[in-house]
Ligand binder design. Structure first.
Ligand SMILES: [Zn+2]
Length: 628
């Protein structure tokens, strides 16, 4: 459409008038820990050069990388508002998350206290040892001022030498930081306290070399901190060759904000130039450390895949509502596929453990009833219901949902092995990730920090798979079957190609279908019963109590398993149980299936012939790639 000349001029004049008169004063925060032992902190935020009219001040309802609503306003109290002359103003609250301030003089100062007692990647935690801030849980912001820079000053408790670890931009004052806009500010978790700091640099051949900081709040020894930082460096170095380069982190620095203490909650949350890692586990316990390292690998991979290779569905992030994307199977699931692979390539997880992880992915996706109801894309869209979302009513997720982490990881595994299969090992998932990086991640970084300028869609993912494989039919069928359909890849065939055998892990043994069992009153209480399994068909549901199987009284889960193990698959036997609702015991017939779950082992260990080509393909897939 073309406007007549005169109308264009008028339109331009209107536009110019509508622009604010060079009023871009930064939003200024002062965050004080006056009595941290009481688990609240004091925030004072000054909005200056505020346009005339009401200023809408908000507390966020969601947080980048967390897709459910979290209602952060619930922990805010003692809210006071004044103008630039110190005059008290009374805000109106049109809803629980918003304070509308009228009658100001161009400056609005909001002060409040905010309570926080959960250390993880989503919430706020304040105590005598630290302030652990996820910004949406901590800082108010104003509508219309989202593009303004901000300044954040941290005020430690009196007499305490607390330091600050954050991806916020440093200034000459070690307690003062800046952010270029609201998206970046909200994406910048911050640890204030007396953490251990380890630093290393890794050169990817491009200037400047990127610096990595590990800010570690834990109760272990200095030697444990050193060993952990060395493992983090191994993960960083092993991730690099997949993409060929690091993102140019804003400020040239990436920070691991790590809290490993008995009283914290396990989590990992990705951000643009940092991650929050929290675990109640300890670095000194090998089994706990393995999980901790897996989370390191996962979140660091996100600094490419999610933070810069970013789905259109979550950009820009909406702090006032739940965020939903059909691509989380790729953003989260493929990242999960890689975290285990990277930990293995880095020498920090055995082949048996890796194959155990992959077998459990295959078992979950193959056997979960949810696959028949929704696709991997639909599962992704459910994130606001399942991603750290709490409901007090019971759900039937075990029957209707498969985590997009699990399903997406299984799809990533199938995509990688299919590409290797089709190309004889010349093309891999690493190439696919690198293509996504050059086509979306690199151009995505051309915008302001905190903003991804070029995003991808599902069509893009499929198109790039067609481009990389040179086989549009393969790409179309792969997406139609496994991403937008309900099918499971032929993992046995794909693993055979790399000299690995997928086989029943308990061939010839019966099972009840995988319902959780626990000791109950007068028998064994069952958890959610998966659809169409033996117990389901026999009429059992959650909280029913099994008393006897095949005439054998069972008092413990072990007794149930032992009794079932003694019966041949395909056999029908009597099962006596009491319904949750009580009444007389019910006797029904249960027909036992063969345990369908698989395991993955090397062809050599299974006594299966393996060719040199299969061995070479396997080695190319699993071998370390980092330069050491
Ligand atoms: Zn993730």
């Amino acid at each position: 459409m073309r406007l007549p000349h005169r109308l264009v001029l008028i339109a331009l004049l209107v536009l110019v008038r509508a622009l604010p008169a060079q009023a871009q004063a930064p939003v200024s925060y002062r965050v004080s820990f006056t009595a941290p032992e009481h688990r609240w902190m004091q925030v004072e935020v000054t909005f200056a050069d505020v346009p005339a009219g009401p200023l809408q001040v908000h507390m966020s309802r969601s947080s980048p990388g967390r897709y459910a609503l979290h209602e952060f306003a619930k922990n805010v109290f003692d809210v006071k508002v004044k103008d630039g002359r110190g005059r008290a103003l009374t805000p109106r609250q049109p809803n629980l998350h918003q304070w509308d301030v009228t009658g100001h003089d161009g400056t609005v100062v909001v002060s409040y206290k905010v309570f926080g007692d959960r250390t993880d990647g989503t919430y706020l935690s304040v105590d005598a040892t630290h302030g652990h801030l996820n910004m949406p849980a901590a800082l108010m912001w104003a509508k219309g001022l989202e593009q303004r820079p901000s300044r954040v000053e941290f005020v430690p408790p009196a007499g305490q030498a607390w330091r600050v670890a954050t991806q916020l931009m440093p200034t000459g004052n070690p307690l003062v930081f800046t952010a270029p806009n609201l998206q970046y500010l909200m994406d910048s978790p911050t640890e204030v306290g007396t953490f251990t700091l380890k630093t290393f640099t890794v050169d990817d051949g491009k200037a400047p070399a990127q610096t990595f900081r590990v800010a570690l709040h834990h109760d272990g020894t200095e030697a444990e901190a050193d060993a952990f930082a060395k493992d983090v460096e191994k993960i960083v170095r092993e991730t690099l060759p997949i993409f060929g380069e690091f993102p140019r982190y804003d400020g040239g620095t990436y920070t691991f904000l790590s809290d490993y203490l008995p009283w914290v909650n396990g989590d990992g949350m990705e951000h643009r130039n940092s991650t929050v890692l929290s675990s109640p586990g300890a670095l000194r316990v090998p089994a706990q450390r393995q999980g901790i390292i897996g989370t390191v690998a996962h979140e660091f991979f996100h600094s490419w895949n999610m933070e810069r290779i970013r789905s259109r569905g979550v950009e820009p992030f909406d702090f006032a509502d739940a965020n939903s994307s059909s691509d989380l199977w790729f953003g989260e699931g493929v990242t999960s596929y890689y975290d285990a692979l990277i930990v293995h390539r880095a020498g920090l997880q055995s082949l048996d453990d890796l194959l155990g992880d992959y077998a459990s992915l295959i078992n979950s996706v193959t056997l979960s009833p949810g696959r028949t109801f929704r696709t991997a894309e639909h599962m992704s869209e459910l994130a606001p219901f399942v991603d750290a979302a709490v409901s007090i009513d019971r759900t039937n997720w075990q029957n209707t949902f498969i985590s997009y982490y699990t399903w997406g990881a299984a799809i990533g595994l199938a995509m990688d092995l299919s590409l290797r299969d089709l190309s004889g090992g010349k093309t891999t998932m690493d190439d696919f990730m690198r293509l996504m990086w050059t086509e979306y991640g690199v151009p995505g970084m051309k915008g302001a920090p905190g903003v991804v300028a070029k995003t991808y869609t599902a069509e893009d993912l499929q198109g790039r798979l067609a481009q990389l494989s040179g086989n549009p039919t393969f790409a179309r069928e792969f997406f139609a079957k496994y991403v937008q359909g309900h099918e499971v890849a032929d993992y046995a065939k794909l693993f055979a190609r790399v000299g690995l055998v997928v086989r029943k892990r308990a061939a010839g043994q019966a099972w009840l279908g995988g319902a959780p069992l626990q000791p109950g009153t007068g028998g064994v209480r069952v958890g959610v019963v998966p659809f169409e399994t033996a117990l389901y068909k026999a009429g059992l549901a959650q909280d029913d109590v099994i008393q006897a199987i095949n005439g054998v009284e069972v008092a413990t889960p072990q007794a149930v398993n032992d009794t079932v193990a003694a019966i041949r698959p395909g056999t029908s036997v009597a099962i006596r149980f009491v319904r949750r609702s009580g009444g007389a015991p019910v006797t029904s017939t249960v027909t036992l299936d063969e345990d369908p779950r698989v395991e993955i082992v090397t062809a050599e260990s299974a006594g299966v012939a393996v060719t040199a080509e299969q061995q070479a393909l396997r080695a190319a897939w699993l071998a370390p790639r980092a330069r050491r």
